[in-house]
Design a protein around this ligand. Sequence first.
Ligand code: HAM
Length: 432
Amino acid sequence: MEVKSPRGTSDILPGASNVWRRIEQSVAEVMDAFDYQEIRTPIFEHTELFQRGVGETTDIVEKQMYTFEDRGGRSVTLRPEGTAGVVRSYIQHKLYGQGVPQKLWYLQPMFRYERPQAGRNRQFHQFGAEALGSLDPACDVEMIAIPLEVYRRLGITSHRVLLNSIGCPECRPAYRDALRLYFKDKLDQLCPACQGRYDRNPLRILDCKIEGCRSAAAGAPAGAEFLCDECQEHFAEVRSLLDALDISYTVDGRLVRGLDYYTKTVFEVVTDALGAQDALAAGGRYDGLAESLGGPKTPAVGFGAGMERAFLMLQAASVEPIQERPPGVFVVSLGTAAREKAVQLAWQLRRAGVATTMDYRAGVNEERSMRAQMKSAGKSKAQLTLILGDDELARGVVTVRSMTDGSQREVILGDAAVTVLQQLGGGGESRS
Ligand code: HAM
């Protein structure tokens, strides 16, 4: 039986992995520019972290977690999102002792048991950041500015920012009451899940994608009308800082998020280019999460952005033709003694930072003709080919052939690495 990858997972094949790496590099550069430090947390955590962190009534916890008992009988869960693990780590290692805010970023795989479709996977990857220990609206703005800067550097356009404030434990009860009042005579229009949410968490009704619920929610009161003075002031400052950066946004009074930990600012970066999966990045403030996980009071804000969705955007816009990464040098050899020198030469060049490949045999003694090897060298798109036969070896030389103009010269074997470095422009990483 042929074994295939599990549904909702994908292989990042050569070619695509170059684009992927480019996204990773842009993310790392932008995080450096904003002075965030990378953090890597385990792929699995104790299940209760997500139950308490993400929230018992969320879709993620109710339906989407990859949860299993390990051999010790502990329930563990593959991380469905990044924030809970980062906050757990912040508390466990008392990172707050090293000064606040702690500005952390990550790029990691996440796991959710969802119905797979374009842009929605069961194993997917997020890059994200969390600023822990500050209520400063400048931190909220960074969480929007960072993904936008990553997209700008990658050439990803056609997205917009939706922004809202969903208040705090002080002012949210009044908003919940107002929503219950509003939905009271519309209960029969709501899906069964939203009917359950009516009592437990009516804000989540606003997040439901089912058409009946959407139309029922169309005239629902907006959260901003119920904000307390502190939340209003905070929201106004976030908006004026966004204005100062010329970041355009739409205040969407009904934007709520599918995770329970949010307070005050919530946002999404959405696009029309990806069909139903329109969120490229999303996040918000979660001032109560650390405390609810047993840590100190820690106002915090963060975002998570889908890597696969950024990748699809690059493909859709054909911004980034799949870049090949040809080697700088291809080594061919004829004869057993020359072959050993060829392996040595490739080793030297690789240690000097020159991407080098060679002709590999199908079997130990199946040497290929010079013609066949040169054909492979041409296919590899290497800039230089080094040719080593028994004859060259006897004379202590190697032939260096430029694959761009076909010119050839012989150099002393011992000088080959230096010559190659010079010819490729001073050495170092020789890939284009
Ligand atoms: P989220 O909205 O659940 O938030 O996910 C953030 C982003 O991850 C989405 O906007 C989307 O781009 C991507 N994403 C989510 N699910 C999938 C999936 N099944 N397949 C592909 N991409 C997906 C969070 O996870 C929060 N932890 C964000 C955050 C960080 N809030 C504060 N700090």
